[in-house]
Design a protein around this ligand. Structure first.
Ligand code: GTP
Length: 368
């Protein structure tokens, strides 16, 4: 029985979009899909799944495509305290097509809310408040919006004072086109029956196709601006920042129990004269040599860092070997690469998976 305005607590379902190729994070995503890259000790997707669980989501469908095998073997062994189901597209269907395909794995009714998460966004979003706004306003879709200082790289989403979405604007080119600082933050709630209206069996973009169509058709599209933490981890330097923010406790996650200055995982060996700080993570079984300094960086598992090495704001791939006296800043070293002694990698340099660099070279890149 429902009394007065008491809220019914439905089973809450979610779809986590994790099927993209993660091209901007190459070469890290050659072996591992972006949401499965380790961040603060666990695959990024675990931070998202646990936040969803803690917000009352009881069932989550992982919409996979690229390297779906990596998700399947991880989920088979994981106990995350939430029902996780894997939906795999044979060919990538884009964000909208993936939602449509994954919806056949949902169990709720046509009026139930379905929360959709992009698989690469780290947030402090109040998920419960987003779902409540969606239900209270009887919306078809409700988007999570965040405000950014420089919105030029994003699609803008202006809203009315009541929170109704007025427009979806592609990346603004001129100052006049910047009509708001609100952007689509990569999480939204659909009423399930609205998902059934997305075309089946072909690639569809939810951002470019479905949202503008719903608006043009006069459906109720709401936007909720959440002032909490937000970061898209799609680019290397943002990936490093997100990892650091989780380690030091700036970004919230149930998977980070004791935030601190650095995170050193099991069986890592750090020489007593080395310094590891600034929110750095040192992966399982990695080794750091004498007098090396690792600041605000991510070292994946089983990497070997020599002596007198300086690493800042960088990602060092699994099983890679960094020779003595290297200087690496704002750069990415792919899995199992070997970087000879005395190399300098700076300003967006990327070393490919399995690459071998001889001793003493200086490599710069303007690739951001
Ligand atoms: P880039 O290639 O670097 O742009 O990264 P991406 O592949 O993650 O693309 P993007 O950031 O635009 O994708 C947003 C979210 O949707 C991410 O969580 C992707 O994993 C997911 N995604 C993108 N395309 C597909 C798809 O075709 N199928 C599925 N299941 N998910 C997708």
């Amino acid at each position: 029985m429902v009394r007065g305005c008491e809220r019914v607590s439905p089973m809450r379902e979610a779809i986590l979009l994790v099927g993209g190729q993660g091209t901007r994070l190459r070469p890290l995503t050659i072996n591992t899909p972006k949401p499965m890259l380790p961040v603060a000790g666990v695959p990024f997707t675990v931070h998202q799944i646990l936040r969803a669980r803690d917000a009352g989501i009881t069932r989550i469908v992982l919409a996979t495509s690229y390297r779906a095998d990596v998700f399947a073997s991880f989920i088979a062994d994981a106990d995350l305290g939430i029902d996780v189901v894997i939906a795999t597209e044979e060919v990538p269907l884009g964000t909208g097509g993936a939602i449509r395909f994954a919806s056949s794995f949902l169990e709720g009714g046509p009026q139930d809310p379905v929360v959709i998460f992009n698989g690469d966004v780290l947030t402090g979003l109040d998920i419960d408040a987003l779902v409540n706004t969606h239900q209270d306003s009887a919306a078809d879709v409700t988007l999570y919006l965040t405000q950014v200082a420089d919105p030029r790289a994003y699609g803008l989403v202006p809203t009315s004072p009541e929170g109704r979405v007025l427009q979806f604007l592609e990346k603004p080119q001129t100052p006049e086109e910047i009509v708001t600082d609100q952007i689509n933050a990569g999480c939204y709630v659909f009423t399930r029956s609205v998902i059934e209206g997305i075309p089946e069996g072909r690639p569809v973009s939810v951002e470019r196709e479905i949202f503008p169509e719903l608006l043009a058709a006069g459906q109720t599209v709401m936007g909720v601006v959440d002032p909490g933490y937000w970061l898209d981890l799609g680019q290397p330097m943002d990936f490093v920042r997100g990892s650091v923010d989780l380690v030091v406790g700036n970004a919230p996650s149930p998977a980070v129990v004791n935030p601190g200055g650095s995170l050193v995982l099991a069986e890592a060996v750090i020489d007593a004269t080395a310094r590891v700080d600034g929110g750095t993570t040192i992966g399982v079984g990695s080794r750091i040599g004498a007098n090396s300094q690792i600041n605000a960086s991510v070292v994946f598992d089983s990497a070997v860092i020599g002596s007198d090495v300086t690493i800042t704001n960088s990602i060092i791939g699994e099983g890679s070997v960094i020779g003595d006296s290297c200087v690496i800043s704002d750069s990415v070293v792919g899995d199992f690469a070997q970087v000879g002694a005395g190399n300098e990698l700076r300003a967006g340099a990327r070393v490919w998976v399995n690459a071998q660099l001889g001793d003493r070279a200086i490599r710069f890149s303007t690739d951001k």
